[in-house]
Design a protein around this ligand. Structure first.
Ligand code: A2P
Length: 263
C-alpha cells in the first residue's frame, strides 16, 4: 500500500478524491484486480470504455469491496439530454452494482448548447438525490465551462483533460483553478508515447533512481492534479503508485514545467 494512492484532494463540494486513480480505457478485469491488489482506491471508468462491470469484477476478485473504492464514470455523447442521461446513469449504476457513484462526468462537450445544459441539469438532479457524490466534466474548454456557468447552478467539481509534461495545459489548468475546479489528467504518460523517452525526464529519473513514469506521476501528484495512468502490466501498475519514496525539488519541477511550452 502506498501513501500516494491514498492521498486525496478536496473537491469544491467537500468530497475527497484520491489523487491517483487507475485509468480503465482498454484494460482488462484482470488488470483492474491487479490494481486493486496493488493499492489503488480509485477507478476511472466510462460508459464508452465498457469497463464499469469489469471494475466491480476486478475489485471483488482482489477480495475488496467496490463500495470502498472511489468510482468515476462518464456519460457518453449519444446519451446526453435530460431523460437519457438519467437512464444512462441507472445503467452505469447497475453495471457497477452500487447504490452511489462517486463522480459522474460529461465525457465530451457537444456543440448544441441545449444538450449540454439539459445534461448538466440531469447531473445536478442526480447530485441532489444523493445518487452521485460529485459531478464534473471532461475535455471541456473555457467556452464550455462558461456555458454551464451561465445557465446552470453548480460549478463542475472536476475537469478531466488530456495532460502530460508534453501537453501541460497551463492555460486550461489556470482557468480550472480560478473557478475552483480540480484538474484531472487522462493519459498522463502520453499514452506510452514519446514523453516516456524524453531525455530531460529520463535524466531526472536516473538522478533519482526511479522510472520516467514515476517522475511524471510524482510531478502531477505534487501539483495536486489527479492522474489516471493506465497499464495492463502488473509491475508497471504497482510502479505507478510507488511515488512516495522521493521528491521533486522546485528547480526540477520547473524543468518539467518548461518541457511542453506554452500555453
Ligand atoms: P502497458 O499496459 O504495457 O504498461 P496513459 O496512461 O498515458 O494513457 O499511458 C498508457 C500506456 O503507457 C500504456 O501503453 C501502458 O502500457 C504504458 N505504461 C503504463 N505505465 C507505464 C510505465 N510505468 N512505464 C512504461 N510504460 C507504461
Amino acid at each position: 500500500m502506498t501513501r500516494a494512492a491514498r492521498t486525496t484532494v478536496r473537491l469544491n463540494n467537500a468530497v475527497d478524491m484520491p489523487l491517483i486513480g487507475y485509468g480503465t480505457w482498454q484494460v482488462t478485469a484482470e488488470s483492474i484486480a491487479a490494481a486493486a491488489r496493488a493499492g489503488y482506491v480509485a477507478f476511472d471508468s466510462a460508459t464508452y470504455y465498457k469497463t464499469e462491470a469489469a471494475v466491480t469484477e476486478g475489485v471483488r476478485a482482489a477480495g475488496l469491496a467496490v463500495e470502498d473504492m472511489f468510482l468515476t464514470t462518464k456519460v457518453w455523447r449519444k446519451d446526453m439530454g435530460y431523460e437519457s442521461t438519467l437512464a444512462a446513469f441507472e445503467q452505469s449504476r447497475r453495471a457497477f452494482d452500487v447504490d452511489t457513484i462517486d463522480l459522474y462526468l460529461i465525457h465530451w462537450p457537444q456543440p448544441q448548447a441545449s444538450l449540454m445544459i439539459d445534461t448538466w441539469r440531469a447531473f445536478e438532479h442526480l447530485l441532489s438525490q444523493g445518487k452521485v457524490r460529485a459531478i464534473g466534466v471532461s475535455n471541456f474548454g473555457e467556452d464550455d465551462l462558461d456555458l454551464l456557468a451561465r445557465h446552470c447552478e453548480i460549478t463542475p467539481a472536476v475537469n478531466q483533460i488530456e495532460l502530460s509534461p508534453l501537453r501541460p495545459q497551463h492555460k486550461l489548468r489556470a482557468i480550472n483553478d480560478e473557478r475552483g475546479i480540480v484538474t484531472a489528467a487522462w493519459s498522463p504518460l502520453g499514452q506510452g508515447g514519446p514523453v516516456l523517452q524524453n531525455p530531460t525526464l529520463r535524466a531526472i529519473a536516473d538522478e533519482l533512481g526511479v522510472g520516467t513514469a514515476q517522475v511524471i506521476l510524482r510531478w502531477l501528484w505534487q501539483k495536486q492534479i489527479v492522474s489516471l495512468p493506465r497499464s495492463n502490466n502488473p509491475d508497471r501498475i504497482a510502479q505507478n503508485i510507488a511515488i512516495d519514496g522521493f521528491e521533486l525539488n522546485s528547480p526540477t519541477v520547473n524543468r518539467i514545467d518548461g518541457l511542453g511550452g506554452r500555453p
